[in-house]
Design a protein around this ligand. Sequence first.
Ligand SMILES: [Zn+2]
Length: 397
Amino acid sequence: MIATNPVDVLQALIRCPSVTPAEGGALTALQRFLEPLGFKVSRVMAHEDGTPDIENLYARLGTDGPHLMFAGHTDVVPVGNEVAWSHPPFAAEISDGMLYGRGAVDMKGGIACFIAALARLVEEKGAPKGSVSLLITGDEEGPAINGTTKLLEWATAQGERWDACLVGEPTNPDQLGDMVKIGRRGSISGTVTVHGVQGHAAYPHLADNPVRGAIKLAEALMHPPFDHGTDNFQPSNLEVTSIDVDNTATNVIPASAVFKFNIRFNDTWSAESLQTEILRRLDAAAADTTLRPGREPIRYDIVWSERPSQVFLTRNNALIASLSDAIEKVTGATPQLSTTGGTSDARFIKDYCPVVEFGLVGQTMHMVDERVAVEDLETLTRIYRTFIEQWFANAIA
Ligand SMILES: [Zn+2]
């Protein structure tokens, strides 16, 4: 079957219940659409102790350069309260012009549109002069350990190299054509433990209340601002996300206080320079005894969580222009070039080739009644098709 209708492809994908880490038949469905188009398809299992095994898919059409990659994921988040859905989450029913189902916008819909776009191109004009690859993971909504990073390493070991990448995540806040993501802020989390001396609330001189120190240190991270934003990014922002002493008594001074924070940072910083700045602020605040007159400096330690996500900005003008022009041609709208929002798998891909992100309207992602307008599927398919042709024309010129 030549998959020129994105609705057919999306319905087939939604009907595979691929809640992370389950493959759910989604990659097999994908393979059935890709092979008739001439793709060479590889299914790649990834293992890591302590995490579920994940199956991923890499498919390539063509053998020569230039080489365009489309990246995405077929795994989906759980359905939540299934009875609250107005259409069953894996039935892919259409009602009033909307296609319902988990993954409709995040992001089986984006994959379906890309396949349909390519199928139309192959049917009408033949395969592009160069190569197109799909890098599809089953681990984007999970720990993201056995997904995009491992698949990129696997493909690179096979000799694969790419010139540009489009990620099909939902990027539009309200309407198709609103927003292209050309970068992402970085993210770092940490846990600070302030050590005190437990004691009786009526005899504070015999104790050392760690809450006083925790307030001081937390304030030092929240003020002053880390920066005021840059040309392409909003200001870096730190949120204290938890303060905890684990104390049920009102007459006991606790022994320690713990707070957690997360900072989303712009290209003023690298993860490393920002960690240095955070430590500088904490050390300076620890020496400030305003809240604890006559005491020794605050004793604290800090643990950084997970791997930090680095900030990145794509500067490949041909790639950005090919996408913006395609959006403008099809919708008449000029998309905003943005770096807002959370992290995405683009943060891994940027180490291999320039990457931009554009997909469906994100409003219902992860929600009950996730759905996409059938009309948007057709429009996105036309945008992707125009983009593919434009990108190859630019790359070959
Ligand atoms: Zn997604």
